[in-house]
Ligand binder design. Structure first.
Ligand SMILES: [Zn+2]
Length: 436
């Protein structure tokens, strides 16, 4: 059988020989040493590390690249809320599309093959985030799979009319029901918010992905909803279909308080998505000494068998001033923040940005480097998988559904071939042609 593409001499595992990967009709059909098939196109990875495509499970595109519109002066959370609130009320279609494309282009070049976007669905910006994402989903279909969450950032009970907007968003094509249960006025409203999210999800048979427990403390019940959500997940038969972002207040619990919650999360098979670029920046702001890191307890969750992933969340706005939509940068940041430095820990971080992230957005079954899986791969310009997180190397080739979407060539005058990528002339291409 003639292949569409063969990736030769791929370093898939550091403790196994180099492999050739045969790809046909967008799928991996062979992984063999010295594969004797032929193909329309061949890539010689020449021993470079090959990993499954990176996955961003939690991204806000329509709020990206607002950092120069109203630059913060103090850099406080209050200021970020105020600035973003003003800017969000003035969103315009073409501008949203342009800034969203900036993020998507970065993500594609950095080897991201799937993204779950969380556009705000509320009375301030209406459905502009969903509308633009529906267009982008189509425009970028050959480069990256985009899922759309109907995300009620401003609350549901606090902001009457939001349920109707969420229903409209689903009618337009939103794939996931979002939630923001901490943004309500009382614990009763928080519980009702969660119930409504599940009611909408069940009605349309869609998965759930909520922003939850986003605070340094869980003394206020509105920021201690994880156990309620996990129980609700079990009661509604939604096991394995719920993801939660932030969940930072869990980090303030004593180990004996955390233990039963971890057991419940595991039973509900809830994926936890930590957002270190935002959470490290905003967390512990009122601490006057030993400032908290403000992250969900990743180590305890991971060791407790919970599916943990990470993501960028925001790119360059008052809540998250940095970011270039590179999952390896976020992975490195997380590794530092949670002291995951052993070889096993480093491997776990890479897994959280690939396999775990894929599972957290419900695409795990068709994902990975194995025969029969969708051919979404990244060839990195480094020669051991164990070096990927350390080098954060150029993405030599990105492959989406069996097609090369990005090629990065670095020509090194000293070594001849693409070596480290740093301090040398570099060019990068990706196949996306903008229509507008
Ligand atoms: Zn978010």
């Amino acid at each position: 059988m003639e292949m569409d593409l063969i990736v030769r001499h791929a370093r898939i595992r550091d403790d196994a020989p180099l492999m050739d990967i045969g790809i046909k009709d967008g799928r991996i059909v062979a992984i063999e040493e010295g594969f004797d098939g032929s193909a329309t196109q061949e890539i010689d990875a020449a021993g470079r590390a090959v990993i499954p495509g990176l996955v961003e499970p939690h991204m806000h595109l329509e709020k990206a690249f607002l950092h120069r519109r109203m630059p913060p002066i103090q850099g406080t959370l209050d200021e970020a809320i105020r600035i973003t609130g003003i800017l969000k009320g003035k969103q315009e279609r073409d501008d949203v599309l342009a800034r969203s494309r900036q993020v998507l282009d970065m993500a594609v070049r950095n080897g991201t093959v799937a993204m779950r976007a969380h556009p705000d669905v509320d009375l301030i910006q209406g459905l502009i985030g969903v509308e633009t994402l529906c267009e982008l989903q189509d425009e970028y279909r050959e480069l990256i799979d985009i899922q759309i969450v109907a995300f009620p950032q401003e609350g549901i009970l606090k902001s009457p009319g939001t349920t109707e907007l969420m229903e409209q968003a689903i009618g337009m094509g939103a794939d996931v029901v979002g939630g923001c249960p901490y943004n309500e006025l009382s614990w009763d409203d928080t519980k009702r918010h969660i119930d409504i999210v599940f009611e909408i999800a069940q009605k349309h048979d869609l998965p759930v992905d909520m922003h939850a427990d986003f605070s340094d403390e869980c003394t206020d019940q509105r920021f201690a909803a994880t156990a309620y959500i996990a129980q609700k997940t079990i009661d509604t038969g939604y096991v394995g279909r719920v993801s939660l972002g932030h969940v930072t207040s869990l980090g303030s619990l004593e180990p004996e308080q955390l233990e039963p919650i971890i057991a419940l999360l595991q039973q509900a098979d809830i994926s936890m998505v930590t957002l270190p670029a935002t959470d490290l920046y905003l967390g512990g702001r009122n601490d006057t000494k030993n400032r908290r890191r403000g992250l969900t307890p990743v180590r305890a969750l991971h060791e407790g068998g919970v599916n943990v992933a990470y993501s960028s969340n925001n790119i360059r706005n008052a809540f998250t001033p940095f970011g270039k939509a590179d999952m390896l940068v976020i992975g490195s940041m997380l590794a530092h923040a949670i002291s995951y430095g052993t070889p096993a820990h480093q491997a776990a971080i890479l897994e959280m940005g690939t396999v775990n992230a894929a599972r957290s957005i419900g695409i795990g079954r068709d994902y990975g480097i194995a025969v029969g899986k969708q051919a979404d791969l990244v060839v990195l310009d480094t020669y051991a998988v164990a070096d990927v997180l350390l080098d954060m190397p150029p993405r030599s080739w990105v492959i989406k559904r069996g097609k090369v979407t990005v090629t990065t060539h670095y020509h090194c005058e000293i070594h001849g071939r693409g070596c480290c990528g740093h301090d040398h002339e570099g060019t990068q291409h990706h196949t996306h042609k903008k229509t507008a």
